[in-house]
Design a protein around this ligand. Structure first.
Ligand code: CA2
Length: 152
């Protein structure tokens, strides 16, 4: 049987603190809870997931570069680096894969400095404001994008 397409799910800085503080904004799920939910939904969608988090911009860049040959699509919650990082934008552009950016919170209802993300310029689509369920929505969108690509 053919191997399932692989989706790299990347999480940026401070997302390892989910469920511990700021639960009114980001919800009560921990990142480990979200990883379990993603693994379960990915299986139903016949996808494999590689779920990672880093507080280091360069490490995220390296993982995106590796995805050029190691993954079929990238889901990324870039955290605050989405608002600041041209390096992540460049890496995502070079990846040449479907990219879904997601944010737990609705960044457009928050401070003005959160309204713009560099990374969204490299994203096929952006999901925000649905809390942890956004990861499930991102995987569902990714399943569709990968199968569209396979049909092309
Ligand atoms: O809404 C999102 O998912 C964000 O990407 C989360 C980032 C924030 O900088 C973006 O503007 C929107 C922050 C993640 C920090 O997560 C924390 C979790 C618990 C306690 C403190 C921070």
């Amino acid at each position: 049987m053919a191997k399932p397409p692989k989706v790299l799910i990347l999480n940026g800085p401070n997302l390892n603190m989910l469920g511990v503080r700021e639960t009114a904004i980001y919800g009560t799920d921990t990142l480990a809870d979200i990883e379990r939910t993603c693994t379960r939904r990915a299986k139903e969608l016949s996808l494999a997931v590689d779920f990672r988090q880093s507080n280091l911009e360069g490490e995220l860049v390296t993982w995106i570069q590796e995805a050029r040959t190691g993954a079929d699509g990238i889901v990324i919650n870039p955290g605050a680096y989405g608002h600041t990082s041209i390096a992540l934008l460049d890496a995502l552009r070079m990846a040449d894969k479907p990219v879904v950016e997601l944010h737990l919170s609705n960044i457009h209802r928050r401070e003005a400095f959160r309204h713009h993300t560099y990374t969204s310029q490299a994203a096929t689509g952006v999901i925000c404001g649905f809390g942890a369920h956004g990861y499930v929505l991102a995987l569902e969108a990714m399943a569709e994008l990968i199968s569209e690509k396979d049909r092309a």
